[in-house]
Design a binder for this molecule. Structure first.
Ligand code: SF4
Length: 243
């Protein structure tokens, strides 16, 4: 059963409850008719395990969520990581920056957006009057893909619940998706970044702006002007001028 980012925990609980309630009612009716109902002893009902697992993450606070991510083995990337990269910053941030996945340096240090690209991101944020410690920075994946390859669809799907929970806990005023992988994964599209940027999107009811990845800006400095336009748009959205 797939959980959408804009579904509230209460909505998900209601949906799960309705499924369980229907099954309980069915058993009660059959038992009232004198028909034996076989109930599997220690086997979960169809869909029950993933639902309860998602539900558990959906109810976690920061401490529990950090531990859960640190121990996660939900996709093969756990085998090659040095450590998980949970995300850093203000847990009550107005701005949530979402990148792709940890690189070698991030994997080593356990922090997203370090190195040259990280420095550029910090400078861009500073230019927007956003100190790095003031925002929250996370990635689509919490573990490094080997050789910095793109995340596989299954890996992104397995890891998505953690980012969704972070978003639910932070309740940011704006999400800045930096780079192709973050933008396309969050918006569930194959549209190129060049066409996604420069306009206002939403993830549920949270405004989302797409911009270029700092690593790309280091390779193509002439695109920095467009990236700055995206940041200005994000600032306007947060200020309520472009909602
Ligand atoms: S990438 Fe995400 S889902 Fe995969 S092992 Fe790491 S934390 Fe778990």
């Amino acid at each position: 059963m797939r959980h959408l980012p804009w579904q509230t925990s209460a909505q998900r609980r209601l949906r799960n409850f309705q499924v369980i309630q229907t099954e309980h009612q069915r058993r009660a009716y059959l038992q009232a008719l004198g028909i034996d109902v076989w109930v599997p002893g220690d086997q979960p009902e169809p869909d029950a395990a993933p639902v309860s697992e998602n539900e558990a993450v959906g109810d976690m606070g920061w401490t529990e969520l950090r531990s859960c991510v640190a121990e996660c083995t939900r996709c093969p990337l756990h085998a090659s990581r040095t450590q998980t990269v949970f995300g850093v910053g203000n847990e009550n941030a107005d701005w949530l920056i979402v990148g792709e996945a940890p690189g070698a340096e991030e994997d080593r240090r356990g922090e997203p957006f370090v190195g040259r690209a990280g420095k550029l991101l910090t400078e861009i944020l500073r230019a927007a009057d956003q100190d790095r410690g003031q925002v929250f920075i996370a990635n689509i994946l919490k573990c490094r893909p080997p050789h910095n390859r793109d995340p596989e669809v299954e890996e992104s799907a397995a890891c998505r619940r953690y980012l969704e929970r972070q978003i639910a806990l932070i309740q940011p005023k704006i999400i800045l998706a930096v780079g192709r992988v973050a933008a396309q994964t969050l918006l569930e599209t194959n549209t190129p970044v060049g066409k996604l940027r420069g306009q206002l999107h939403h993830l549920g009811d949270i405004p989302l702006i797409v911009t270029y990845h700092p690593a790309y800006l280091l390779r193509s400095p002439t695109q920095k002007r467009k990236a700055w336009q995206d940041i200005r748009l994000a600032l306007d959205v947060v200020a309520g001028q472009a909602a």
